[in-house]
Every structure is written in C-alpha cells, then in structure tokens.
Design a protein around this ligand. Structure first.
Ligand code: NA7
Length: 537
C-alpha cells in the first residue's frame, strides 16, 4: 500500500480526535488545502481507542460538546448527564459527517516523520504507509492521553490467558463471564471499568499501587425537559465556561475555605459531592493551594467514602494517604467503592505486596502468592502529554530533533509552538491547560487561535512564524512558577511524568485555567504575535 508521489498541501494535521476535527473544519473554512492523517480507522481519538467497559467522560455531556455551531449544539441530544464512550463516538461521527470532515483524512495511517526544509521552510511529512506530503504548516492534534503505558513486568509474555490495555481495547466485544480477571491500575480507567468487570467475571482481583480519590458521578438520564433547559441556557453556560478555569460553568465558592464557618464549609462540600465527580476538587478557590483547605476537603471526602465500604480494612487501603485531594485528577465513578463489598472481588495492595512477576498461570506477588487468572486488564495509563508527539520523528532547523529539545521536559511558547520549528503547531498539548479543563473548549480555543494566526500571516505576506527561544524560556518558567504556587507538584501524577520510569519530572500543563490562558494567547495575537518571529520570504 505504498504511494511515493508527493502531495503538496497548505496544512498537514495529525489526529482526528476532538482537537484535530475542529482544526480541520476551521482551516478548510479559510480555504486552506488540508491533509489529515489518523492512526485509527475512524474519527474519535481517545474515544476511538478507550472503549473499555464503563468508559465515560468526567465532564458533563452538555459541556463536553462543541460550541462553534449553534445548530449542532441545539440539535444534538445527549441521553445522559455524563456520556459513555459509545455515545461520544456517535457524536464525533455525527460532527464528522455533518461538516464532511472525513474527506480530508487518511485513516489507519500514522505520521512517522516531519522534516523541515530550511530553504523553503516547508515540511516533508512521511507516513507508515509510504505517503509523502509537502506541507507549509504542520499541526499536531495527537492527544495528551493517547500513547498507552504498559509497565515492564518480568514474565508478562508467558501469561497463558488474555491481556488487555484499557486504552487499546479491542473493537470486538470482550466477555469475562466465568473468568478470573485481574485489573492492574486504579486511575480513571481502572475505577470506571472495575464495577462492570466485577459484575461479569467469576472473580476479580484489583491490583492497586496507589489509592485514588474518586467521587460518585451522580450520573442520570437526561429527559426532554432537562435537555430543553440546558439548551435554552447554552449561551450563558458557554460564556461562564470560557471564563472559568476548567471549562464548565461551575464556579468555586466565593470565599476561601476558612473564611466561612464550619457549617458553611461542610454545606459547600456536600453540594459539590451531590453535583458529583471531579468538580469537588475546586469547591473552594484555595483548595489546591492551601494544605489546610485541602485537608478539610479530604476529610469530608473520607467521611463520605468510608460509609460506602463494608470492611474497614479494605477502606483503609482505598483511602489515599500519599497526595492531597485533587492533585491527581479526581475520578468520577459509578459504584466503585461498593464493588469492594462483593464476594467475588478482592483488593491487593501492591504497596504491601508488590507484583514480582507474571507467569503462565497469573500474577506472582512478592510474598510468593500466585493469583491465578484467565485475563489481565492493564489500566496502567499513558505516557501523557509528550508520548504521542515523541512517536513522530520531528526534525526542525539544523536537523534538531524535537525529542532532544524536549529531553528535560516539553519546551513550548504558549503550549503552541517551539523555537527551531517554524510553522509547526502543537494543539491542546503540554504548556496549555487542556488536561485540566474541558478539552472540547480548549480545542476550539486553539483552533480559533491557529486560524487567526494563519490568516494574519497571509494578510501581511509572511511566509512563516516561529517562537523565539526567550519566549519559550519565559513560558516554561511561567508554567513552572504557577505550578509551584499550588499543591499539584506534590503528587506522583502523570501531569509531572511521574508514572513513567525515567521521564523527566516537570509539571507539564499550564495551570492557570482555560479563561486566563485564553486571555494570554489572545493578547499575544493582538500585539502582532508578541514573542514570535514573523518571517518573510
Ligand atoms: P492513570 O490515571 O495514569 O492510572 C494508571 C493506574 O495504573 C494508576 O493507578 C497507576 O498507579 C497504575 N500503574 C501504573 N503503572 C503501574 C505498575 N507498574 N504497577 C502497578 N500499577 C501501575 O491512567 P487512566 O487510564 O486510569 O486515566 C488517565 C486519564 O484519563 C485520567 O486522569 C482522566 O483524565 C482520563 P500509580 O497511581 O502510578 O501508583
């Protein structure tokens, strides 16, 4: 399937997830010739790959949807408060159809390298299927949680049963009926899938390295009346969301945690608990920067969770002790804690009894116990934020490799651009707020900024745009300094690369939130792309 003739385009986009689809739509709208490549054989990005049982978004569906087209927004009906993966896939397919986006993409094709020609400042793009494309602009929309992480456990190849990774779940249905199943990992993917696997399997063993904070979603079906109300309120909802940190209309309490009485504090936590899920992390504005405020939130959480778990010793293991609440993403669950009250579910704490190896029969623990299994599910997460970019051999000026420039951690200006890599943009990646906010609004924010930028270049006769090194240095410093004022760096999270052995420990997202970030990048554009070099022929 190789085709070595070179296609010439204005913009090459990698990725047909939430971010790539919108970028393609906007770029085409400006008349650019666009060629997209997508590794999966359909649109969807993370939602294409993460089809494990229970996969569900932790942002409300009304918010986790595009805002750029009022008819789309008004006509699409979400069936639940938090949409499950199949419904999000249906939505993204619908968007692709409605705006005829598929015709710009080549599917089941990975971009393997992009190389700058310093004479012309054009990029030569190569794929794993032999295509070669010459592009003026390269746009990466490859996702922050799209390169799966499989831990290197000795003997893993010897296991006689089936193995799965939640982030690369098979498209044909998986049936655990009658089987002894092990799940390794208790992040969002583990916590969402464990209750459903427990219902199906004969027996489930959960292997937990770190306990996580999880909060019931309070998920519910949406009826016509609920949808009507949401849609009628969309304008205001979106306005508030764009100003917010997280890209949803829910604002933190107006006062700091200890500026209110204990009664009011508890009432505020209770309201957030009822609202469900990840929003609890920002009940009070100082909760993620002040340890005492955080401890109040944590203690309330513990009270609520302990009553859900019958066995106090199991509860002791399920309550985290290693990080402040919210410094790893709080999981939004359905029936997670109650699952440990089932007779067919057992929790193994790897802190007390680590995995030593895997053999043909199952998982061997440090104390010599063999947990016999028919299937192992790795819910072990991702090489986050940089992993998917690292898969592409990106070579800029002087043949410098992006992976070398990022060796000590990602270095970007505004999350969008890198010195030495003119006309190359990385959307919703490190240095941007995307993993701490509703990524759909982040995708629109970046897609809009990008198209305005290209229009500016063309309107003024510029060939290229390139981030200055001092701008990159300032942005990296700003991201680090902002993170240092919070409790986030104290957790061993994937925000810091801490889940990947040997990865540099750098807080990768911009922590100031979607609204503040939007102001910064708009301001840069308004000032003639401050901090960038605009290059003529
Ligand atoms: P996460 O949140 O990174 O969770 C991965 C889990 O796997 C986490 O509990 C890890 O424990 C565990 N893990 C990773 N490596 C190992 C090894 N070697 N042994 C045992 N356990 C291990 O990934 P998810 O897919 O659940 O969710 C990712 C994001 O998607 C989530 O934040 C949402 O935003 C959506 P650890 O905590 O590192 O000790």
């Amino acid at each position: 399937d190789s085709n070595s003739s070179t296609e010439s385009v204005d913009v090459m986009v990698v990725g047909a997830g939430v971010t790539g689809l919108y970028a393609v739509h906007r770029l085409r709208g400006l008349g650019y010739r666009v060629r997209g490549f997508e590794r999966g054989d359909d649109v969807g990005g993370v939602w294409y790959w993460n089809r494990y049982p229970g996969a569900r978004c932790d942002v409300e569906s009304v918010d986790y949807s595009y805002s750029f087209d009022e008819d789309l927004q008004q006509e699409w009906d979400w069936s639940e408060k938090y949409a499950a993966q199949p419904e999000i896939m249906r939505y993204l397919r619908h968007v692709a159809d409605r705006f005829d986006l598929r015709r710009s993409y080549t599917f089941a094709t990975s971009v393997t390298s992009v190389e700058l020609d310093e004479e012309t400042l054009r990029w030569t793009v190569r794929t794993d299927r032999g295509q070669v494309v010459s592009a003026r602009f390269c746009v990466f929309a490859v996702g922050c949680l799209s390169r799966t992480h499989l831990p290197d456990i000795p003997g893993a190849g010897e296991f006689a049963g089936a193995t799965y990774h939640t982030g690369e779940w098979p498209h044909e249905s998986v049936d655990f009926t009658g089987l002894r199943v092990g799940v390794i990992g208790t992040g969002s993917s583990g916590i969402q899938s464990i209750p459903l696997i427990a219902e199906q399997a004969a027996h489930l063993t959960v292997f937990q390295r770190s306990a996580n904070y999880s909060i019931p979603a309070g998920n519910e079906p949406l009826d016509d009346e609920a949808r009507r109300r949401q849609k009628a309120g969309y304008a205001e909802r979106r306005r508030l969301s764009r100003l917010s940190g997280g890209g949803s209309p829910h604002m933190a309490h107006a006062s700091r945690a200890f500026e209110v009485s204990e009664r009011e504090r508890r009432a505020a936590f209770a309201r957030r608990w009822e609202l469900g899920g990840v929003l609890y992390a920002k009940t009070f504005p100082d909760q993620l920067s002040d340890l005492k405020a955080n401890e109040a939130a944590r203690a309330f959480w513990e009270e609520k969770v302990r009553v859900l778990i019958d066995d106090p010793e199991v509860a002791d293991l399920l309550v985290p002790t290693d990080h402040p609440i919210g410094t790893k993403r709080i999981v939004t669950d359905s029936d997670y804690y109650a699952t440990f009250n089932r007779d067919n579910v057992r929790l193994v704490s790897l802190r007390e009894n680590p995995i030593q190896r895997i053999d043909g029969a199952g998982i061997v623990l440090a104390d010599g116990t063999v947990v016999e299994l028919d299937a192992i599910v790795f819910a072990t997460g991702f090489d986050a934020m940089t992993g998917a970019v690292d898969r592409i051999d990106v070579r800029g000026r002087d043949g410098r490799k992006l992976t070398d420039v990022w060796r000590e951690g990602p270095r970007t200006y505004l999350g969008l651009a890198v010195n030495g890599f003119p006309n190359l943009f990385n959307l919703t990646g490190p240095g941007s707020p995307s993993v701490l906010a509703n990524v759909v609004l982040c995708a629109e924010q970046h897609g809009d900024w990008l198209t305005d930028c290209l229009r500016h270049l063309d309107a003024h006769g510029y060939l290229a745009i390139e981030a200055r090194e001092e701008s990159v240095e300032q942005w990296v410093t700003e991201c680090r300094e902002r993170a240092a004022t919070t409790l986030y760096p104290s957790a061993n999270s994937w925000y810091l690369g801490a889940n990947i052995p040997g990865k540099p420990r750098v807080f990768m997202p911009f922590i100031g939130g979607l609204g503040a970030y939007g102001e910064i990048i708009a301001d840069v554009a308004d000032q003639g792309y401050r901090g960038f070099d605009l290059i003529r022929d």
